[in-house]
Ligand binder design. Structure first.
Ligand SMILES: [Zn+2]
Ligand SMILES: [Zn+2]
Length: 362
């Protein structure tokens, strides 16, 4: 297969650790964009692929930013040299939801027309139509969203998943109104961005729960008004106490654990919503008491990618970072080279903080 020979981190099969391999990336065809990756965040979903990838072998990575290297025929919205954030939900612009103004619900997320990454003659899958743990990524046109050039791409990478999902969950999934009280369970990369989204939406009380004190401290810097250790037994009554007994308007569960979702339901006010942001195991079940939930007029809402409109929101979030409205520097807690990624996956017990970010060699 002719193309560019580059290193990539590949997950061979479920239950194994990813390895560094040499792959061939073909030039972009019609409607594709070839991006030279500059930075890619290691997101929890990359790690959970070791237990639940739908297809293997697969090039990991989906949160990234880079510089356009080449564009395929028909691509006009970017040109070589542009800085782009990878959007792993390129919309079709043709399905019923896209045509009725709800492209966040697109039923036909775009991939490249043919595989663009090969090992020998065999095509390799790429995670979430992206595969950013590779020096080069070929994405469908909508997967490369141009942003301003004056912010570091190491920070811009986080816009593509953690920020999109977290800030989007607060603004576009929950539609937090000024003064709404919220609880955020889990203060990792996504949870901290829900905290900033809630702050930007002028939420009332922003109550954050996590097991890790360093994360809680960071949550406070990002706008949390109250923090609690997840080890505390009486969290529901603490939340009720803070809200004169009424409960909160939104609970964001950013861990993916049914028992925490149930705790979240107990914290809801009348008309409140539980937003499921954390990815639960595919076989997990949520048993809850529907009677009280019914009479309290509550909701459970699933949230993927924060219901953002990538072409509009990713450049907007880049502006907010440049203006100081959105904070990213504190989340970038470790930098690693691509070769070190397998080691990161094999030593997950070692605390690397919120976001280890792969910085590619120029
Ligand atoms: Zn992610
Ligand atoms: Zn669509």
């Amino acid at each position: 297969m002719s193309g560019f020979s580059v290193p990539a981190v590949v997950l061979e099969q479920i239950g194994s650790l990813p390895t560094l391999q040499t792959v061939t990336v073909t030039p972009p065809a019609r409607g594709d964009v070839l991006v030279r990756m500059v930075a890619s965040g290691i997101c929890h979903t990359d790690i959970s692929y070791m237990r639940d990838a739908r297809v293997t072998p697969v090039v990991l990575g989906h949160e990234g930013a880079g510089i356009v290297e080449q564009v395929g025929e028909g691509v006009t919205h970017v040109q070589p040299g542009d800085h782009v954030v990878i959007n792993w939900q390129a919309k079709c612009n043709q399905c019923r939801h896209c045509l009725t103004g709800r492209s966040d619900l697109c039923e036909n997320i775009q991939t490249t027309a043919e595989p663009r990454v090969f090992r020998g003659q065999s095509p390799l899958a790429v995670m979430l139509n992206a595969g950013t743990f590779c020096n080069l990524a070929v994405v469908p046109a909508g997967g490369a969203v141009p942003i301003r050039k004056d912010i570091p791409l190491t920070k811009a990478a986080m816009l593509g998943c953690a920020v999109a999902t977290g800030v989007g969950a607060a603004l576009y999934t929950a539609h937090i109104a000024p003064g709404d009280d919220v609880v955020i369970i889990g203060a990792g990369g996504i949870g901290l961005n829900i905290v900033q989204g809630a702050r930007i939406a002028n939420a009332g009380q922003i109550i954050v729960i996590d097991l890790n004190q360093a994360r809680l401290d960071l949550a406070q810097q990002y706008g949390a008004t109250h923090i609690f250790s997840g080890q505390q037994q009486d969290l529901v009554s603490e939340v009720r106490k803070l809200t004169s007994g009424r409960g909160v308007d939104h609970v964001f569960e950013a861990v993916g654990t049914p028992s925490l979702m149930l705790t979240g339901i107990e914290m809801l006010a009348r008309g409140g919503s539980l937003i499921l942001v954390g990815a639960a195991a595919r076989d997990s079940v949520l048993p809850f008491h529907p009677r009280r939930f019914m009479s309290q007029q509550q909701q459970i809402i699933g949230c993927i990618y924060g219901n953002i409109r990538p072409q509009v929101d990713l450049p907007l979030f880049a502006d907010w970072y440049a203006e100081g409205k959105l904070r990213l520097n504190e989340m970038h807690t470790a930098s690693v080279r691509l070769e070190e990624v397998p080691e990161v996956f094999s030593s997950l017990d070692k605390d690397r903080g919120i976001r280890p970010i792969i910085e590619f060699e120029a």
